[in-house]
Design a protein around this ligand. Structure first.
Ligand SMILES: O=P(O)(O)OC[C@H]1O[C@](O)(COP(=O)(O)O)[C@@H](O)[C@@H]1O
Ligand SMILES: [Mg+2]
Ligand SMILES: [Mg+2]
Length: 328
């Protein structure tokens, strides 16, 4: 057993799938730690279904998860790296996966990860995934960094584990406490500012104006370009993340994938007391119209996410809403 699930009643199928996911995760952490010794995991390796360039590690991770899950309770496997859904056995689960998130960081030794989302199998392969994220049974991510952590939710709060490099086993830590309601950090790729919609421009302008602007206090910015690392920081110390749609060709719905990235992160974040929207509507209520569909994505401390929604109605007034009023 690579994962300590003592005391959790997940049922045999979900338990087995979690064990298999974490076995692969432990192996990926080991391979990543040796990057450069036997080969270059950041080398280019083609293009995936969504049109993104693939790195060697994207392909290797996808193949490792496919191999590990082929004879499991996963009946349908949908991956960011595959054109179509793969049909396996007749188990009861459907798994969506971003096998390697944060690919641009592989060759610079910055945290990357795997994001997973598990649904009960539906009538058809497509119907198993093109549904609201609120129907997820489980979701989470592994982060390959200074520590290899697993963060997961099964719908009752957020659980965390750390991989013990001495034993190869994920040891459970105390459950994550609810996210901090008061924070001053935001994360966005500011190089795209000129392409953003007006409400996002206004929100960020007001944060950057700091104590001299309508918000009347200073804020701090972080951008790692690795969704798992950004999520991990925000879960641990609060803040807000934005990847809005923008006017660049192909970015009208942002960059991130609804099924493989946004729905699972939204499930985790809302279970931690945060919120996740497309800027306005909750992500967990939305139904993606295709496997690789993208969505604008805003998540983090709930009052901040609510304030961003208010910027879509009344940008100038939104800056002046007292924080307490957004703590509903
Ligand atoms: O390079 P950009 O446009 O800032 O985008 C960074 C975002 O893209 C991603 O790397 C996309 O994920 P993949 O690496 O799985 O394609 C996110 O992890 C990150 O938040
Ligand atoms: Mg990703
Ligand atoms: Mg990826």
């Amino acid at each position: 057993m690579s994962l300590d699930l003592a005391g959790l009643s997940l049922g045999p199928e979900l338990t087995d799938v979690m064990q298999r996911l974490t076995q692969v995760g432990a192996e990926l952490q080991r391979l990543i730690a040796r990057n450069g010794i036997d080969g270059d995991l950041g080398a280019s390796a083609g293009t995936n279904a969504g049109g993104d360039g693939q790195k060697a590690l994207d392909v290797l991770a996808d193949e490792a998860f496919m191999a590990a899950l082929r004879d499991s309770a996963v009946a349908y496997y949908a991956s960011e790296e595959q054109d179509d859904i793969l049909t396996y056995g007749d188990g009861s689960l459907a798994l969506a996966i971003d096998p390697l998130d944060g690919s641009s960081n592989i060759d610079v030794n910055v945290s990357i990860g795997t994001i997973f989302s598990i649904y009960p199998k539906a009538e058809t392969a497509e119907a198993s995934f093109l549904r609201p994220g609120s129907e997820q049974l489980a979701a989470g991510y592994m982060i390959f960094g200074p520590q290899c952590s697993l963060i997961a939710t099964f719908g009752q709060g957020v659980l965390q584990w750390v991989l013990d490099p001495n034993t190869g086993r994920f040891e459970r830590l105390a459950d994550l406490p609810p996210m901090a309601p008061e924070t001053s950090e935001f994360a966005i790729n500011a190089s795209n500012k000129r392409h953003w919609p007006a409400p996002i421009q206004a929100f960020i302008d007001h944060l950057i104006a700091g104590a001299d602007g309508p918000r009347g206090r200073n804020f701090n910015m972080r951008w790692i370009a690795s969704l798992v690392a950004e999520t991990h920081r925000i879960l641990k110390r609060g803040g807000v993340f934005l990847y809005p749609g923008d006017s660049r060709r192909g970015y009208e719905r942002g960059r991130l994938r609804h099924l493989y990235e946004c729905a699972p992160i939204a499930f985790v974040v809302t279970q931690a007391g945060g919120a996740a929207t497309d800027g306005y509507h909750p992500i967990l209520d939305a139904i993606p119209d295709s496997l690789h569909a993208r969505t604008p994505f805003v998540f983090g401390t709930a009052p901040k996410v609510r304030r961003i929604a208010r910027y879509h109605d009344h940008p100038e007034e939104a800056a002046l809403i007292p924080d307490e009023e957004l703590h509903r």
